[in-house]
Design a protein around this ligand. Structure first.
Ligand SMILES: Nc1ncnc2c1ncn2[C@@H]1O[C@H](COP(=O)(O)OP(=O)(O)OP(=O)(O)O)[C@@H](O)[C@H]1O
Ligand SMILES: [Mg+2]
Length: 311
């Protein structure tokens, strides 16, 4: 769990103090808080959503616009949750809810939540800015909250940065780089899963992943810590939760085909997923595999070759 600089102070100052928020953790896109109002659910704030709402409010725009966009996204999100529940079984999906709320945003909390890249935006807030937003909630994963009582291990696929391809001449070299890194990680992860008694449950996760991807053409977001969490409960039985399985941002962003992705901006994700799932399945002694065709991104196109696009 990454600690965010300045978050504790911001949460303890008015007007936020009255909501009794406790920082839980954060990833690349969201910041999670527990509230005194519930010990079953936590709230999740999306950094990009918050930034666009702040920007719109400061520029005198129609904040209802952000809200209706959020609602539209939620519907798309719920469809993906349904597909995940069908592929993995409903008990494994920690579904999200949402409620409409007016969030009091101070420069301090904006700076802490949005991070150093958006310092300028945060500093434009004068006093308290009220933002009407859809706030997401999710059932608390007890195994993440109480790591002493549960043993946990997460399933991840490593992802290269776009910058790691700087100086790369052709696509083949880039793909081989991804392949090599994925292999090294998966070999180690598969060994750990087996040694810790998670072989059966990991195979169940892979079967779910293959079913979900073949049915929807989409990836499960395996590019983050705890997104897919395997754990051993108090009863000693291994189990798993999909804590954060849906790719961040609008669905349309991920729904692209390689033929229109001229800068290959999504290639590293899609190719890592394809390699990662297949290598993991193989390392766990399974025969299930994904084909490039199973993913919307590679549909109707073979794996790319030739020069790496210059940006
Ligand atoms: N339901 C939950 N119960 C307990 N802890 C949680 C829960 N959801 C998230 N967390 C904690 O907060 C962290 C960030 O949450 P989440 O994965 O949803 O954010 P994210 O920004 O989308 O992550 P990434 O982009 O890295 O995948 C997790 O790593 C986990 O430690
Ligand atoms: Mg995550």
């Amino acid at each position: 769990m990454k600690q965010i600089e300045g978050i504790e102070d911001a949460l303890e100052s008015e007007p936020l103090a009255r909501y009794g928020l406790t920082y839980v953790g954060s990833g690349a896109s969201k910041v999670c808080f527990e509230t005194t109002g519930s010990d079953r659910k936590l709230i999740k704030v999306d950094r990009d959503d918050l930034a666009s709402a702040i920007k719109l409010a400061l520029d005198g725009g129609d904040t209802e616009q952000v809200f209706s966009l959020q609602k539209k996204r939620r519907n798309a999100y719920q469809e993906q949750e349904d597909a995940l529940a069908a592929a993995f079984g409903p008990d494994h999906v920690l579904r999200k809810g949402a409620f409409r709320f007016t969030v009091p945003v101070t420069p301090e909390i904006a700076a802490a939540v949005l991070g150093p890249k958006r310092k300028t935006l945060a500093s434009r807030i004068d006093g308290v800015l009220e933002i009407r937003s859809l706030i997401e909630t999710q059932q608390i994963a007890e195994e993440l909250k109480d790591r002493d009582a549960y043993r946990t291990i997460d399933m991840q696929i490593p992802l290269m940065d776009q910058d790691d391809f700087r100086g790369t001449q052709n696509v083949d070299t880039a793909l081989r780089k991804i392949d090599g890194m994925t292999s090294r990680h998966i070999d180690r992860d598969a060994r750990q899963l087996k040694e810790n008694g998670y072989l059966g449950i990991a195979q169940e996760v892979i079967r779910g992943m293959v079913a979900y991807t073949k049915g929807s053409g989409m990836m499960v977001d395996l590019f983050g810590t705890d997104n897919v969490t395997l754990f051993t409960g108090i009863d000693g039985k291994p189990d798993f939760h999909l804590v954060d399985p849906i790719l961040p941002g609008p669905r349309e962003l991920w729904d692209q085909n390689i033929s229109s992705d001229t800068g290959f901006s999504l290639l590293r994700h899609y190719y890592s997923y394809l390699c990662g799932v297949n290598k993991l399945a193989e390392a766990l002694g399974m025969k299930e595999r994904l084909e490039p065709e199973d993913l919307v991104y590679f549909k109707g196109a073979s794996l790319p070759e030739g020069e790496w696009p210059k940006r």
